[in-house]
Structure formats: C-alpha cells, structure tokens
Design a protein around this ligand. Structure first.
Ligand SMILES: [Zn+2]
Length: 300
C-alpha cells in the first residue's frame, strides 16, 4: 500500500539536537538533499523508466533562505535532508517535473515516498504553526525541523498529527457502503471517513462517523492499517466495519449520497465510468480492494 510500506530509513531522532553531528552529516559528500515546496517535490524518470525523487549532494543544494529538515539515515549510513523553500528549483534536466504526494506517492519507491511524506508533513506543520499557541509570539525552528520553540514563554511545540478514521462498511449481504462528499467531482465514491474527536476511542469514532454520515448502526469494527496523510496533517486509520442495519439516511451536509454496492454492481459501475474510484494513493482504494478481492476495475 502506498505510503505505508517499510522503507528502510532510520529517523535517527537522537541526532536532531546535535548541531555538530547535523553539520557533519549535512556536509558529507554522500548526503542526499531534495527540496519540498507547497507539498511538491521534483521527480524524474531514470534510464530504466523508474520514477525517482530528484536529489542532489548538499554542496549543490540551494540552502539560501530555506529551512533544513533532517529526515534520517539509510542502512549504508547515507543521510537525507529536505530543504523547505518558497518555490522548487528549476528542473535539473528537461524531464524532471514537480509532483505532489497524490501523484508521487504512487510512482516513487516506498523509501522515497516515505522521505517525501515526512518532509511534506513537516512543511505543512511549520507553515501553520509559526506562532506560539500558548502566548502568540513568533516561534523559531529547532531540532532539524521537528520542534518549534517560543522565545517569549519557553514553550516547545511538536509536529502534530490528527488521527482520522476511514472505514469500509459492509452489510449482511457483504455489500460495501460507499459515499459521495458534496464537493467531490460527479461520480466519485469512496469509503466514509472522519476525524477522531477529543476524548474518543478510534472504534467509537468509526461508529459515530458512519452513523452521522449515513445513519447506519455499526457492530464489529476491525483495524486494518494506517497511512500518513499530510493534507495537511492527518493519520488515516483504516478499518473494516460491519453494519447491523442497511437502511441509509445521509446527513446531506458532508455526504450527499451513499449507496450499497455488491461486487458485481461496483464492477459494472466502474467499467462504465458511472463510478470513479478514490485516488489511487489513498488507503480508501486499498480498503475497497480488500473487500473487492482484486484491483479495482478500470473504465472500458
Ligand atoms: Zn509562547
């Protein structure tokens, strides 16, 4: 599953406060650096047609007026840094292009997608937390991008991750419940999802969200897998959930339509283009495939 596979990078968090170590790692000739800007990176195809993250040695990296995030080391001891800048550098060669996580997450290796998702999540957090949430003073970056410190009240702020649940609901006939959000393009259906609220377990959040959005009561809930989803700062927690009744009442605010699909109905709807699948990189697509039993059909 994209963005969830083990990727062999040790985040080496114990080095983040060690300025001497970071300086040595940065200037090491084998260190690799890439720029992240507005959630995008540069990607390129190599001679074998494999899409890769465009990285440079640090001595070629455009450090001026950028923030440096240390992302970790690989099993060969190579260090990886991301530079957060206001814009991406000009393409290094003509075939390189800018890509966001929805596209690059599908194309890059698990290792490079993992580095990218770490950098994008840090960038989103940094952009939205420039001021101290305790006293309002402007904060500064520390710990190689992983802490913001307040000079006025001394508070340390850490990157936040907002848990969200996403669930494939099935009924007694093993049909799947898919819904349409109000602002989605016509025909796009996906699993229901929502944020975990304060003081709530993730299982309770699954039951509450399905009931709120589709009026369906839920019995058994089973955790499947998680996926970092920095749009801007979510962690998607994927579930399978069993409905105890099939009668749908949509809320009409977040979800404008919800329907039960048998596998045959979903195949027909997707092959004729009446139903568009969720984004390929998202855990929603994987949850639906888990129920469907194979890759989702394409329009024919
Ligand atoms: Zn403060």
């Amino acid at each position: 599953m994209p963005l969830t596979a083990p990727h062999g990078i040790d985040r080496a968090a114990h080095h983040r406060l060690d300025e001497a170590w970071l300086a040595a790692a940065w200037s090491h000739p084998r260190t690799r650096v890439f720029v992240v800007s507005g959630g995008q990176v540069l990607i390129d195809e190599n001679e074998a047609g494999v899409t890769e993250l465009v990285t440079t040695p640090s001595f070629e990296a455009p450090l001026t007026e950028s923030h440096r995030y240390f992302l970790g080391t690989d099993e060969d001891g190579v260090s990886y840094f991301a530079l957060q800048k206001d814009s991406l550098p000009g393409p290094i060669d003509q075939s390189a292009r800018a890509a966001g996580l929805r596209e690059a997450g599908m194309l890059l290796s698990p290792r490079e997608a993992g580095l990218m998702v770490h950098a994008v999540a840090l960038e989103n957090w940094q952009r939205m937390h420039r001021f101290c949430s305790r006293c309002g003073e402007r904060t500064s970056i520390a710990a190689a991008g992983h802490i913001r410190r307040c000079p006025a009240c001394g508070a340390e702020h850490y990157p936040r991750t907002d848990p969200a649940v996403i669930m494939l609901v099935t009924d007694e006939e093993d049909r799947a419940l898919l819904g349409r959000q109000v602002h989605w393009p016509e025909g796009r259906f996906s699993t229901l999802a929502g944020f975990v609220e304060p003081g709530e377990t993730i299982e309770a959040a699954v039951r509450r969200e399905v009931h709120e959005e589709a009026g369906i009561p839920i019995g058994h809930v089973e955790y499947v897998a998680s996926q970092p989803w920095p749009f801007p700062s979510s962690l998607m927690l994927g579930f399978l959930a069993q409905a105890t009744s099939a009668e749908i009442t949509v809320d009409g605010e977040e979800i404008e339509e919800a329907r039960w699909f048998s596998r045959e109905e979903l195949r027909e709807a997707m092959e004729t283009g009446k139903v568009l699948p969720p984004y390929g990189v998202s855990i929603a697509a994987r949850l639906i495939e888990l129920w469907y039993g194979k890759p989702l059909p394409k329009p024919v």
